[in-house]
Design a protein around this ligand. Structure first.
Ligand code: M6R
Length: 367
């Protein structure tokens, strides 16, 4: 049932190209010019009336929601807040009937996320669920459902569910943009064209899986490390850090690159690995200057960067891992893959149970 792979996690990492294709299938028009989300029953009037969006989820799904915020805000220009579900209800969020609440959950059974959904409904908000399990509690209780067609995810560490949630957010962002007229036809076509390339681009990253094994072995000798990035790179950094903690038990923290000097830089010492994500062109220069700050204090800097940026980024870092180039907004769907492989191999190098890490359950049905 592991289809020749040593672990479910590795199998699921390799299933991502198919998960992307399946999640996009039937949702992009044949001419490649528009997104059609038939399962979303919201009328155009209701979509136009949305004044704000709350994205609520836990763990990895929350990290997908952080990417979702930027995606929706930039494509559809609707203000979005992303909340951890166990915090949401207790901060008395301002939920109005024109608020769209998006809950994200692989299993569709997470107790805190379900409770957030109910809180939203009590306040007459419309709830849209992004979930991987048809007929789950969250899918049943939501007004609209976008199913991620990632297929069953067995490993406790979420991989293909996260990246398929990103695809769902891209589709939703485009759909909202079409209805609200916030993007031109050319801009929409450009994003759709680039999305169609993603499965093949992930395949290219997976072909180089071995290089991440070597890095992981070096990383697994440390008990502390940092992930840094700006913008969407920071969102992915948070997911990379969670993945590593969850299965390798190595402590790491994700930081917005520009925030280090406000305290955390004090922790940088000789030899500490700093994994930096440098994929957002507009922010290159700023992130590179933060990389210089950690290098000056002896950090060993590994970078995930776009193919073609080797000259620019490469000279400021110790090791560079290039990922295929896509639009900045779509990059998380690629840049997360090396981080998944890194965590997987680090866990293996340390002899841990990759698919069933200690203290954790696949589905968390207590609050
Ligand atoms: O099923 P859900 O997406 O609601 O689960 C949420 C989290 O418990 C889950 O993503 C968890 O953080 C993963 N084990 C991370 O890999």
């Amino acid at each position: 049932e592991k289809a020749g792979f040593d672990h479910f996690m590795l199998k699921e990492i390799h299933e991502q190209p198919q998960a992307y294709r399946d999640t996009m299938m039937g949702r992009i028009s044949e001419d490649g010019k528009s997104v059609d989300l038939k399962e979303v029953e919201m009328t155009d009037e209701q979509i136009k009336a949305i004044s704000k969006i709350h994205i609520v989820a836990c763990g990895t799904a929350y990290h997908a929601g952080l990417v979702g915020k930027t995606v929706i805000e930039s494509l559809a220009r609707i203000p979005v807040e992303t909340d951890v579900a166990s915090e949401y209800r207790y901060r008395s969020p301002i939920i109005t009937p024109d608020t769209l609440v998006i809950v994200v959950s692989q299993s569709g059974e997470t107790a805190d996320t379900l409770a957030a959904l109910r809180e939203a409904k009590r306040n007459d908000a419309r709830v849209l669920a992004i979930t991987n399990v048809v007929g789950s509690s969250i899918a049943r209780d939501a007004d609209d459902v976008i199913t991620t067609w990632a297929g069953p995810e067995i490993a406790v560490a979420s991989t293909k569910a996260y990246s398929s949630q990103l695809i769902a957010f891209y589709l939703l962002g485009l759909y909202l943009a079409q209805v609200r007229g916030t993007k031109t036809q050319d801009e929409i076509t450009e994003v759709i064209d680039a999305m169609k390339q993603l499965p093949e681009q992930v395949e290219r990253i997976l072909e180089q899986s071995d290089i991440y094994k070597q890095v992981a072995e070096a990383v697994s000798k440390h008990s502390n490390l940092f992930f840094i990035g700006r913008g969407l790179d920071f969102a992915v950094a948070q997911e990379g850090s969670l993945k590593l903690k969850e299965i390798s038990y190595i402590h790491s923290e994700a930081y917005p690159a520009g925030e280090l000097k406000h305290g955390t830089l004090a922790l940088i010492e000789e030899g500490i690995p700093v994994i930096s994500l440098v994929t957002q062109e507009e922010l290159y220069e700023k992130t590179l200057s933060n990389i210089k700050e950690v290098k000056a204090r002896g950090a060993h800097v590994l970078a995930i960067a776009n193919a073609g940026s080797e000259a620019e980024v490469g000279r400021s870092v110790d090791e560079l891992f290039a990922i295929p180039k896509t639009l900045p907004i779509l990059t998380p769907a690629l840049s997360v893959v090396p981080l998944q492989l890194l965590s997987y191999h680090a866990s293996l190098a340390l002899g841990h149970d990759v698919d069933k890490p200690r203290n954790l359950a696949k589905s968390v049905t207590v609050e």
